[in-house]
Design a binder for this molecule. Structure first.
Ligand code: GLU
Length: 422
């Protein structure tokens, strides 16, 4: 059987390819030379499979799609507090290249606009400009899965005309938030924007964010979860230039676009998506890219706020076994998060135990998050100490207390069969 997914992507590509509106960015002279008709879509799953349609190997400069990753590196290198002391997290409501600071804090408003991105670049670890850039380029390469070169022509072209960014660098220095030389900071930032990628690379980079910071193909942990949460949050509120609200309501995927014509989107736990087509709308977002994301979100139910109902049905059922040691067994299912564990606890605590042994059958549970683990451990403790029952955990895959957490007051079994044997 041939997978229908590539055919679906090809159909989206063909349909959106009919859009001819918008214009290629020309304020960076070299970008004006881009072929306006180039169009590619790529989708990478969190287990590393990449689907693509169109010219997915065509290379272009990453531009502002670099900003979330640089923010992630700065957070990893300096810690959240130090970064937050320098760059805010509020949407600016202004153009990406506005020469402005937050009047209350004196900081750039967020890391997705240029002022914030220049400052973020300066926070990347490295003893000088070259070391900083090389650390950044190598980390980008690990996230993409192979070495990413810089486009010297685009760099030279932007560097020669980047007066606004230089003005921002000097402004940041003048108000005292930028610690390094402003020209070095802006040059490093422009180099960062000139790193080249193709749509497959970008989809994999987005999938690394979607996958909790673990590169799907190599399995390497690039960013810790707390860093990923911060990056995705800022992408959600500030990633789509001044059209972030429209994007969040219609597409609902944390995203970042760039003036070269790309848009990346990272849907937590599911996929990374990248679209490239150079013609931009009045906000600076790729016209075909927007439409393609709208289609994917709608057709594949990818809106962040389209929450599944799974969490509410964690208890599949309860029964009492026959035999010498009657046991009340609660069959639990799905991934346990707060809402799921709450419904489970509510059901279990609604009446006293029906036997002198209570078992939780976790055979059909694939993951239990921290809060659910804590709640479940407390339930076990109370059943044991207050209700004086023996508690059994049937947990063949060791999902409870996965990270070395002890489970006192309960005996572990590997299979329901062992209930009758013990
Ligand atoms: N290098 C570009 C600039 O600073 C990036 C802009 C963008 O992609 O939004 O103007």
């Amino acid at each position: 059987m041939r997978s229908p997914i590539p055919d679906y992507l090809a159909e989206v590509h063909d349909t959106c390819g009919e859009l001819l509106g918008g214009a290629v960015a020309d304020y960076i002279p070299e970008l004006a030379a881009a072929d306006p008709d180039t169009f590619a879509i790529a989708l990478a799953t969190v287990d590393g499979t990449v689907y693509a349609a169109g010219e997915a190997d065509h290379r272009f400069t990453i531009q502002s799609m670099s900003k979330p990753f640089t923010y992630g590196i700065a957070l990893a290198d300096r810690g959240l507090d130090q970064v937050l002391a320098k760059v805010g997290v509020e949407p600016s409501g202004e153009a990406f290249n506005e020469i402005s600071l937050d009047p209350d804090t004196g900081q750039p408003r967020n890391p997705m606009i240029n002022a914030g991105a220049i400052l973020t670049h300066s926070l990347v670890e490295g003893e000088d400009a070259d070391a900083r850039f090389e650390h950044l380029r190598q980390t980008f390469s690990r996230i993409a899965g192979h070495p990413l070169p810089m486009d010297e022509d685009v760099f030279t072209s932007e560097w020669a005309t980047t007066h606004r960014n230089l003005a921002m660098g000097h402004m940041l220095k003048a108000v005292g938030v930028l610690d390094i030389d402003p020209v070095d900071a802006v040059e490093g930032y422009v180099r960062q924007c000139s790193i080249t990628v193709n749509c497959r690379d970008l989809a994999m980079m987005a999938a690394t964010l979607a996958n909790g910071g673990v590169q799907p193909a190599s399995g390497e942990l690039i960013f810790r979860r707390r860093v990923v949460r911060q990056v995705l949050s800022v992408m959600t509120t500030c990633g789509m230039y001044d059209a972030a609200g429209d994007w969040l309501t219609t597409v609902g995927i944390p995203a970042k676009s760039g003036v070269s014509g790309g848009i990346i989107g990272a849907l937590p736990g599911q996929v990374g998506i990248a679209v490239f087509s150079p013609r931009l709308d009045e906000h600076g977002n790729s016209v075909r890219g927007l439409r393609a994301f709208e289609r994917l979100s709608r057709d594949m139910g990818m809106h962040l706020m389209d929450v599944t109902r799974d969490a509410r049905t964690s208890l599949r059922g309860s029964y009492v076994t026959d035999g010498d040691h009657p046991t009340e067994v609660h069959k639990v299912q799905g991934d346990l998060r707060f809402a799921g564990v709450e419904s489970l606890v509510r059901a279990v605590s609604a009446q006293p135990p029906r036997a002198s042994r209570v078992a939780f059958d976790l055979t059909r549970v694939s993951e239990i998050d921290d809060v659910s683990t804590r709640v479940l451990l407390e339930v076990i403790r109370r059943l044991h100490l207050d209700d004086k029952v023996e508690v059994l955990i049937i947990d063949p895959d060791h999902v409870l207390g996965e990270h070395g957490v002890e489970v006192p007051y309960a005996r572990r079994l590997h299979h329901v069969r062992e209930l009758t044997a013990s």
